[in-house]
Design a protein around this ligand. Sequence first.
Ligand SMILES: Cc1cc2nc3c(=O)[nH]c(=O)nc-3n(C[C@H](O)[C@H](O)[C@H](O)COP(=O)(O)OP(=O)(O)OC[C@H]3O[C@@H](n4cnc5c(N)ncnc54)[C@H](O)[C@@H]3O)c2cc1C
Length: 445
Amino acid sequence: MKIAIVGGGISGLATAFYIKQSHPEVQITLFEKEEKLGGKMMTQEVDGFLFEEGSNGFLSNKPDTLDFVKESGAEYLLLRSSDDARVRFIYKNALCKLPESPGAFLKTPLLSLFGKLRVAAEILVPAKEDDSDETLQSFGYRRVGKEMTNAFLDPMVAGIFASAPDKISVNSAFPAVVKLEKEYGGLFKGMLRKKKKEAGPGGVLMSFKGGVGAFIDSLANSLDVEIKTNMPVKYIEKIEDKYLLHVENFEEEFDKVILSTPAYESAKILNKIEPEFSVLLHDIEYSPISVVGLGYSRLNHDLKGFGLLTTSSSKKDILGVLWDSSIFTGRAPEGKKSLRVMIGGQRNPDLALKSDEELKQIAIQGVKETMGVKELPDTVYIKRWERGIPNYRLGHLERMDKLFKKLKKYDGLYLSSNAYFGVGLNDCVRNSKEVASEVLKNLKS
Ligand SMILES: Cc1cc2nc3c(=O)[nH]c(=O)nc-3n(C[C@H](O)[C@H](O)[C@H](O)COP(=O)(O)OP(=O)(O)OC[C@H]3O[C@@H](n4cnc5c(N)ncnc54)[C@H](O)[C@@H]3O)c2cc1C
């Protein structure tokens, strides 16, 4: 049995791992377009600073990534975020602590008295009667009011998806929240009932010593898989019950193919098999985002916290700032500090694609305006993602239903990436595990 996995990000690597875990005899070849594995999990070392190009880490309140790390033998790399990083900030008109208790919520300047009363009234808002999709904005306005949506949900969705409340489907991006309304009649009702049932510690942000790239290296070394980097797959053809993979200079036949590539790449790869795949896959939109890493020898700010997210109403050019050297130890050389500034997203897509010099200036101005940082960085590292994070638009689940029904017709062909059912590392690992078990179910001995 020969299996090809296309794409060496976390989804492709986790799928390979879970297939091999229960069927070590299966022969897997992994094709990666770039020189290095990792995709959006890549760490760059510059002047002793470690800058993450994409993901920073994962939350431990879902077991998926944590289990994967342990099962793959990389537990020794795990790094817990500092306690200071529990504190988060929102910049609306000024920098405000994100309230973490009902008492703090009552005192927060982020909402007016009316805004707070409107949030409290959520308990009286009847549940939506049908299952139709709606934007996060429509969901938020309906349940917790306009002020809460604009002051809390707007920065939160920028931080997770680089999206905006009116541009993203709540059913696809926040299924757990929709479930609370559906099962318990409302968010407060649901949270109170769930709290009673599941009293336990909340999640802690976890990462890796040496950055997320260290975990990718560990996976690459431990996986018994043939890894072919610098090998972009161009397209595949179905020939009887096999798949013929066309790579740059050669072709190779496989029994099963798993595409762990971004949707727009999978669209090209599958076009020859069935053009409608391409139409459905091209329809999955991506948000551009740029990450500007700033390293300082001297910075007077104490950086006590995780960082900040801005609201759209603040009209700032940055989406947020991660106080990197305070979140995880070892991200900056001894005595130095580092920040990562996020720019673009659905809120300001054009800004993400500016020149390096412009992005640097936007970042410097952004930390000055939101945090009062006057010092200039000694080190700057810029990573531009033209298509960074999939944006699950209204109707995403319906389109996925259509896509995956069509896929079922092709025995031995699978899709596994962040484009479909969740963008967080925990989602990617969970989906990869599910795809691996689907592949194994259909293994002919
Ligand atoms: C700026 C940013 C910050 C983020 N922060 C977090 C965070 O803190 N926590 C979190 O949980 N998530 C975060 N995410 C999301 C998370 O990193 C991604 O959802 C996840 O890493 C995606 O993994 P993937 O394997 O599905 O896709 P990718 O990482 O995109 O991997 C796809 C791989 O396919 C390869 N490829 C493409 N075309 C071909 C081809 N034709 N042939 C062969 N190979 C090909 C690519 O080179 C790539 O390696 C962040 C994302 C970004 C962009």
